[in-house]
Write a protein that binds this ligand. Structure first.
Ligand code: NAI
Length: 506
């Protein structure tokens, strides 16, 4: 399908944070853009904010002044709906309220041409519900940009029950022509990103509540071992706890209180306290002048006499860690076994979702130390370990000493199922697999959305494949057994892959 031609005028309604950004994106692509806001002066202010943003690029020599002037000429603040009658695509980015948006769409149907496409930037309202009272709901589509719209590549193109394929395809092609990475999703609560990302926040909040480690340590682990751009606590401090909590509560209620989306009491308390994050000066961290961010907990090994790493069997995803250790000059020998590493008094294994204490008992191995997942063991600068309750202190010490030889900082956390990165990735992949099963979007679009919308280092389903078709299903099954909770039930597609011995992409 062809995108809208650049000589098609675009209208953006609502000139707040999102509307101004969307106007900039459309104008940058060469369209004439009408910008309307009900608040007096807001459309002009929106255009000004575009000018201010882009002036920085001009000042840095990254954009010609003449190009900026021409772009600004293409953004035309208007004050009456009738002035956008020629628009081929109208994108509404007004207040997030079903009835107000419905009323605007009714007005738009009366002023726009029959061919005009109407798009909504809603992040939480059903596109189907928005179209319900329209004369022509087939021309309504979700065009969900991410904040800030000029910088974030992802656009979720949302199909309501009545949205025509042609309209969705034109909007998809147009978003691509505007330099965005579009994905297609059905109109389900949270669409792709706001649904699949829930465990990223929820599992860390739960780990914090369970006294597994402090927020700085959990953040550092997800950044330094998980390769996520930001940890969940610093990220929710940035998003605002009121906003993040409201999205979680909305998705939770929309899915009829499925415990997979259960909101966190820890976050609720922050909201109740007015500790909304950066914007209020305090969230998980203090943003007062001069406040220092707390350091993550890092274990220090005492002396360790061991000089040989023994690999028992196939180390699986830990192979890259073994190589890193061997490259650091450590003597490595191999023998048969269940896929464990032995160093001094420590027996190390990748977590399979059981607590170390439970697994040590099952495997009759008191010295068991479990390692967390790293996105790339060759590069991770920090890794979490946890020890069985019955493990002697020397085993913990020797595990720390080993990882320090590889140049990693070690965070010794309390013994909880799945540690931190493994548990996060397993629950993200689980949610992504469920979204795929329910036809929310294709496997590749779900992965693309999580990478382009949230800068995840890898799409959760590709990540699952990279770990082998069995691992995350096993991890989730064990976490579910540990808690006895439905929340961790493995998604059907993960289970199917495990028995078909195949991945999502193979
Ligand atoms: P905002 O509050 O910054 O801007 C909304 C603007 O719409 C205001 O300037 C307001 O005066 C105007 N407005 C309200 N009712 C209007 C009406 N009936 N006609 C014309 N103008 C009207 O809000 P923001 O953050 O830009 O969000 C706008 C929409 O985008 C919402 O639907 C929101 O859910 C969605 N969204 C927001 C994201 C975000 O991170 N802020 C991300 C993605 C979507």
């Amino acid at each position: 399908m062809q995108p809208l031609a650049t000589n098609t005028p675009i209208a953006v309604i609502g000139a707040g944070a999102m509307g101004s950004g969307i106007a900039q994106v459309a104008a940058q692509a060469g369209h004439q853009v009408f910008l309307l806001d009900q608040r007096e002066g807001a459309a002009h202010a929106g255009r000004q904010s575009v000018a201010k943003q882009l002036q920085r690029r001009v000042d840095k020599g990254k954009m010609e002044q003449s190009a900026l002037d021409a772009l600004l000429d293409r953004i035309q603040p208007i004050s009456e709906l009738s002035e956008l009658a020629d628009a081929g695509l109208v994108i509404e980015a007004i207040v997030e309220d079903l009835n107000i948006k419905r009323s605007l769409l009714a007005d738009l149907e009366s002023v726009c041409t029959e061919k005009a496409i109407l798009a909504t930037n809603t992040s939480s309202i059903s596109v189907t519900a928005l179209g319900a009272n329209m004369a022509h709901p087939e021309r309504l589509v979700g065009m969900h940009f991410f904040n800030p719209a000029p910088l974030m590549a992802l656009v979720e193109v949302i199909k309501g029950l009545a949205t025509s394929d042609e309209v969705a395809q034109i909007v998809y092609a147009t978003a691509a022509a505007w330099g965005k990475k579009p994905v297609t999703a059905t109109s389900t609560p949270g669409f792709i990103v706001n649904r699949v990302a829930r465990p990223f926040y929820a599992e860390s909040l739960r780990l914090l509540q369970e006294q597994t480690a402090d927020s700085a340590t959990l953040d550092a682990l997800l950044r330094e071992a998980g390769s996520f751009r930001m940890g969940p606590f610093e990220l929710t401090d940035l998003i605002g706890h009121d906003v993040n909590y409201a999205v979680t509560a909305s998705v939770f209620n929309s899915y009829y209180q499925d415990t997979r989306f259960l909101p966190s009491l820890v976050q609720k308390e922050l909201v109740e306290a007015g500790r909304l994050g950066r914007k209020s000066g305090q969230g998980f961290y203090s943003y007062a002048e001069g406040a220092q961010k707390p350091e993550p907990a890092t274990a220090e090994a005492a002396s360790c006499n061991a000089d040989t790493l023994v690999i028992e069997g196939n180390p699986g995803p830990l192979a890259a860690l073994v190589k890193r250790l061997s490259d650091s000059g450590l003597k490595v020998i191999e023998r048969d076994g269940p896929g464990r590493l032995c160093f001094g008094d420590a027996v190390l294994a990748l977590t399979d979702g059981r607590m170390a204490t439970e697994r040590a008992s099952a495997e009759a191995c008191n010295n068991l130390i479990l390692l967390d997942l790293a996105f790339d063991y060759a590069k991770a600068s920090r890794l979490a370990i946890t020890a069985a309750e019955q493990a002697p202190a020397q085993a913990v010490n020797d595990a720390c000493a080993l990882l320090q030889k590889a140049g990693m900082a070690v965070s010794h956390i309390a013994d909880r199922p799945g540690l931190v990165v493994m548990r996060t990735v397993a629950t993200l992949a689980n949610e992504a697999a469920d979204a795929a099963l329910h036809g929310v979007a294709s496997i590749s679009d779900i992965d693309l959305a999580m990478k382009a919308g949230l800068n995840y280092p890898e799409g959760p389903l590709r990540w699952s494949d990279n770990l082998g078709f069995r691992l995350l299903h096993t991890v989730l099954t064990h976490i579910q057994q540990s808690y006895g909770e439905d929340r961790y039930r493995p998604a059907l597609l993960l289970r199917k892959n495990r028995f078909a011995e195949q991945g999502f992409y193979s």
